[in-house]
Design a binder for this molecule. Structure first.
Ligand code: CAA
Length: 286
């Protein structure tokens, strides 16, 4: 049987896998919570812009950043259709704030001695990214400068990447003795395939804009000064499409790689039945 749930075409909040359901949008993190997590959030009708806002630390990511991002995802108003993730200052993100490993100024990274506890800890951080795949949102990473480790994985967690010509992607974790564990390995492999993903991760080398475009890590490369404009252009184009069709199509496309052709064809039929019903309900009866 196909992976689409029988009711999968009926509502926008059908979460996929670990992303979970959208949940009721409620009071999100306060301005203070956001600032303490190095984030800024602007919601303008159908568009939410989440800015990594610690440029003096190259938008290094803390435990608070990931947890607050999860809270942002869970509390976005239902009006939001597109989320833009961007970085303030010279770089998108320098990855995990290295102070998190030393426990400087608070909580430190668990040492793994309690496997279940450590996994639960990491799961809490992963929640910061997984909602970006929710079918009721289209998520766009606007990436410039360095996108290292957890920063690269954040860009990979979005549906679409628009990058500046100064972009520098690097999966640095293996060079630090770690694995990329913020849900980035799946999208990386989906985009570039296992051999290239291996080569990139196990050398921790830097991928520049031209290669990023060639590998499919960037849907578009633009001069640095044009990045915001290019993202706005894309956002307007995304909003011009029927909202419910967009949700159903995203749901369909993200399940395609794991479905057989038969399963996918069945999923297309189910989604289309729901679309046709919705469209005919709008038509005036003769
Ligand atoms: N954590 C904490 N502070 C960081 C940081 C990070 N990841 N990256 C940069 N900073 C700080 C610098 O220490 C510096 O602070 P001071 O002004 O107090 O000296 C400030 O930000 C500006 O940094 P640079 O002067 O180095 O800026 P640059 O533009 O010349 O270089 C950079 C930028 C290439 C990102 C460089 O800072 C760098 O290599 N940073 C470390 C990157 C890194 O190793 N990240 C971890 C990746 S692994 C991961 O993310 C996931 C995981 O789970 C393991």
């Amino acid at each position: 049987s196909g992976r689409a749930r029988p009711d999968s075409a009926s509502g926008p909040a059908a979460g996929e896998g670990a992303a979970g359901p959208a949940g009721p949008a409620g009071a999100g993190p306060s301005e203070e919570d956001l600032a303490a997590a190095g984030l800024r959030l602007e919601v303008d009708g159908a568009v939410a812009t989440l800015t990594l806002d610690r440029p003096e630390r190259r938008n290094a990511l803390t435990f608070a950043t990931w947890r607050t991002m999860a809270a942002v995802g869970a509390s976005l108003p239902p009006s939001v259709r597109v989320v833009v993730v961007r970085g303030e200052g010279p770089s998108f993100s320098a990855g995990i704030d290295l102070s998190q490993f030393t426990g400087e100024g608070g909580e430190g990274f668990p040492d793994g001695s309690d496997a279940a506890e450590t996994e639960a800890f990491i799961a809490g951080l992963q929640d910061g990214y997984t909602w970006l795949r929710r079918p009721d949102l289209v998520t766009v990473a606007a990436v410039h400068g360095h996108a290292i480790g957890g920063g690269f994985q954040l860009a990979l967690s979005c549906d679409i990447r628009i990058v500046a010509d100064d972009v520098k992607f690097c999966m640095k974790e293996p060079a630090l003795g770690l694995v990329p564990d913020l849900t980035g390995t799946k999208p990386l492999v989906e985009i570039v395939g296992v051999p290239r993903a291996l080569e990139l991760c196990l050398t921790a080398r830097t991928v520049l804009a031209d290669e990023a475009a060639r590998l499919g890590l960037a849907e578009r490369v633009v001069p640095r000064e044009d990045l915001d404009g290019a993202v706005q252009e894309l956002v307007q184009a995304l909003l011009a499409v029927n909202a419910e069709a967009a949700v159903a199509t995203k749901r369909l496309l993200w399940q395609a790689p794991e479905n057989t052709l038969e399963q996918q064809a069945a999923a297309e039929r189910r989604e289309q039945v729901a679309r046709l019903r919705a469209l005919s309900a709008l038509r005036p009866t003769p």
